[in-house]
Design a protein around this ligand. Structure first.
Ligand code: FMN
Length: 313
């Protein structure tokens, strides 16, 4: 199974691991890249020294291509961009903003730039600035989300731009990968499934919360702030939902959510913290190695594509 992003990113399998704040460390990204996908370190709101350490860790484990996810709203975004340039990071994915003004510098050193987009209009605008591909994320995803579903958004993006489209949100196995390829995507970005891998440093309680969850457990909080987040139902989500129903101020809700991913993912407080995870949580039942997860996704996608082909007879 090969697609155009395999050549573009010099990877063997069309799977990108989502750059996730706190949990997408050098170890996780290195394991994904070693297994033939594209591992991505999540810079989140971390300072450059912390991320430099993650890049160094990754490069000790693998010499395969990898990516760095830069949150453009981070207070350290400019430092992280300088770091990515200095370290000649092969691929940069960007969230929360427009990477337009950095593209020229990255192009000069051969870094591929792939923004995460929630809409057709932004994708078209960014295509004109010279980005190499776009990741389009549906509302099924874990973490910060947009409104539209992967199913509805991917084909519209594929029709709107000429560059490769990578689908994210709601993909956790080979059927999901086969489905987004059928919609015209050139690959899948996967987040939640990789949280439940043995190489992910997320607290065991966090992984178990995903494993124990069911189809309707990944709920959205923070809609009233304009920055909705998908996370697993717990004390925190109930508290936020109650306050949102009472029309408490945006600042208060934001304050309540602040620092809560770390509380859950690193400190293991899965009741008061934010267990960011996608709608696929209900179909994840085991912690497996990254190598096993990727091998199974590819095998199942290939099987599904062949089976679908037989429908033509
Ligand atoms: N996306 C980003 O662009 N930047 C982030 O810092 C980020 N943090 C995340 C943290 C967690 C715990 C999760 C689950 C997702 C995060 N995401 C982030 C989104 C993922 O990169 C990815 O696009 C998403 O998880 C894909 O959907 P899925 O969860 O259904 O696989």
């Amino acid at each position: 199974l090969k697609t155009e992003i395999c050549d573009l990113l010099k990877i063997e399998k069309p799977i990108i691991q989502g750059g996730m704040a706190w949990v997408a460390t050098g170890e996780l990204a290195a394991a994904v890249s070693e297994a033939g996908g594209l591992g991505v370190i999540g810079a989140g709101n971390a300072p450059a020294e912390v991320i430099e350490n993650e890049i160094d860790k990754l490069r000790k484990i693998t010499d395969k291509p990898f990516g760095l996810n830069i949150m453009l709203l981070s207070p350290f975004a400019d430092d992280i961009i300088d770091l990515a340039l200095e370290k000649k990071v092969p691929v940069v994915t960007t969230g929360a903003g427009n990477p337009g003004k950095y593209i020229k510098k990255f192009k000069e050193i051969g870094t591929k730039v792939i923004p995460v987009v929630p809409s057709v209009a932004l994708a078209k605008r960014l295509e004109r600035t010279g980005v190499d591909a776009v990741i389009v994320e549906g509302t099924e995803a874990g973490g910060h989300i947009g409104e539209l579903t992967t199913m509805a958004l991917v084909p519209q993006l594929v029709d709107a731009v000429k560059i490769p489209v990578i689908a994210a949100g709601g993909i956790a196995d080979g059927r999901g990968l086969a489905a987004v390829l059928a919609l015209g995507a050139a690959g899948a970005q996967i987040g939640t499934r990789f949280v439940c891998s043995s190489e992910c440093i997320a607290a065991d309680a966090y992984k178990q919360a995903i494993i124990n969850s069911r189809d309707r457990d990944a709920v959205v909080t923070g809609r009233s702030t304009g920055h909705p987040v998908r996370n697993l139902k717990n004390k925190l989500t109930r508290k936020i939902k109650k306050l949102e129903a009472q029309k408490v101020s945006k600042a208060e809700i934001e304050q309540l959510g602040s620092g809560k991913l770390k509380a859950a993912a690193i400190d293991g407080d899965v009741e008061e913290g934010s267990v960011m995870a996608g709608q696929v949580s209900g179909m994840i039942s085991e912690i497996k190695s990254v190598e096993e997860i990727i091998r199974e996704i590819i095998l199942k996608a290939e099987k599904r594509i062949k089976e679908n082909h037989q429908l033509l007879v």
